[in-house]
Design a protein around this ligand. Structure first.
Ligand SMILES: *Cc1c(COP(=O)(O)O)cnc(C)c1O
Length: 411
């Protein structure tokens, strides 16, 4: 089931015809479906219900929109954050500090201090022992103990795009699994830290459960090792990374298969499990609507120039990512074309030699599956404004784009 379906009035977001949104807000515009978000969150939670003790923290970097975060908070999700700005977004959206996990490769002293003052529930120590020492000192100075886990790099290749792969030895994320026990010993002796377990995250848009299972098994061995060294391990953060079908025929693991795999691997762990899904919750819940500016004849095939660009949706330029393109009111004809945005970069191309609905100047179309890492990655390159964001709920919609405020950036 999808929440962006064709009806007599053309393509709709739930009960709202997309042209109504284009008329009211203009294009390009990111459109989210509240029902799709709720449905994805509920399906994630339902799949995990076979596990004894779980908590879910939505990866805010996938979609930091306040209305989206507020909706997911209402579904029982906490937040996984990577910056002070994301922390303020999550708190502002009504997520309790105790339900926030602070990941992030380079947390500044200021970010750590602000997070301690806010009472963040878990710090994922990522980079070096140094980070643990700084955090412990800041906590001690406040008469607090920071609850922390050690992010471990299990050295597993997630089989995904190199730019979204994080679990191999040469990545900047996490400490090498071989170094983890000794480092854990040293960190656990620090007064300001309450070290409760370990974390991992091997990459994003994973198509296959096997690398995740291999990584989780390595973490399971590490938990046994750490307990043998006298550490009380009560929590393991399993990260995020599940893929979504960007193409109609993409095959990705089901949530039930994922949960069953986790249940098998973690059967004897006796810990609280933390999950940090991003893409799998928000990805299919959004589209980027755009208007065709020109259809320009090209050497081999026409160029469809749309008013959305790489500043609105960076994934194709960054990762060669595929986003399905669909006309809002197709005439039934097809064409093979390149689709590009107006930015002065040859990388500002959404598709090459793609078989698409025939479109003409002025037509509306969407790029599908832009709810995660879409608006979140937007920039104002070429002095283009950040596109508005709209949340549809049933037959209603509202503008929910909240520009980042200068004080949110300040950290
Ligand atoms: C990016 C990230 C996630 C979310 O990844 P998805 O692929 O969107 O599920 C979760 N945890 C950490 C630490 C991350 O960096």
């Amino acid at each position: 089931m999808t929440y962006f379906d064709r009806r007599d009035s053309g393509l709709c977001a739930e009960g709202v015809p997309l042209p109504a949104i284009a008329d009211a807000v203009g294009t390009p515009v990111h459109v989210y479906s509240a029902a799709a978000l709720r449905d994805a969150a509920r399906r994630f939670t339902a799949a995990l219900s076979i596990l004894p003790r779980t908590r879910t923290a939505f990866a805010v970097k996938a979609n930091p929109n306040s209305a989206v975060l507020h909706l997911l908070a209402g579904c029982g999700f906490g937040a996984d954050i990577v910056s002070g700005g994301e922390m303020r977004r999550a708190l502002g959206a009504g997520i309790a500090a105790s339900d926030i996990v602070f990941s992030g490769v380079g947390k500044t002293d200021r970010e750590l201090a602000d997070a301690l003052d806010a009472g963040i529930g878990q710090f994922n120590l990522k980079l070096e022992e140094e980070e643990g020492r700084v955090l412990a000192a800041l906590a001690q100075a406040r008469g607090k103990r920071a609850v922390a886990v050690l992010r471990v790099n299990p050295d597993v290749d997630g089989g995904t795009h190199a730019k979204i792969s994080t679990g191999q030895r040469e990545n900047k994320f996490g400490v090498a699994i071989a170094d983890a026990p000794a480092m854990y010993d040293r960190l656990s002796r620090l007064d300001g830290l309450d070290l409760v377990g370990v974390a991992l995250h091997i990459g994003s848009q994973l198509h296959d459960l096997a690398p995740l299972e291999a990584a989780y098994e390595r973490i399971g061995s590490l938990v046994i090792d750490l307990r043998a060294r006298g550490h009380g391990i009560t929590r393991v953060d399993l990260g995020g990374g599940l893929g979504i079908p960007y193409r109609v025929d993409d095959v990705v693991p089901t949530l039930d298969a994922y949960a069953a795999m986790v249940a098998g691997v973690t059967r004897d762990w006796d810990v609280d499990l933390i999950f940090e899904p991003g893409r799998v919750v928000a990805g299919l819940a959004g589209v980027l609507m755009t208007r065709v500016i020109w259809v320009k004849p090209g050497a081999d095939r026409p160029f469809v120039i749309v008013d959305a660009a790489m500043n609105d949706l960076a994934r194709p330029a960054l990762y060669d990512a595929f986003h399905r393109f669909e006309a809002v009111a197709p005439d039934g004809e097809r064409m093979v074309a390149n689709i590009a945005g107006p930015i002065c970069e040859s990388g500002d191309v959404f598709a090459l030699a793609r078989d698409i609905d025939r479109v003409r100047r002025g037509d509306l179309a969407v790029f599908h599956a832009t709810g995660a890492y879409g608006a979140a990655m937007a920039s104002s390159y070429n002095c283009r404004p950040l596109s508005p964001q709209v949340l549809v709920d049933g037959d209603q919609f509202e503008i929910v784009a909240d520009r980042f405020l200068p004080e949110e950036f300040a950290a």
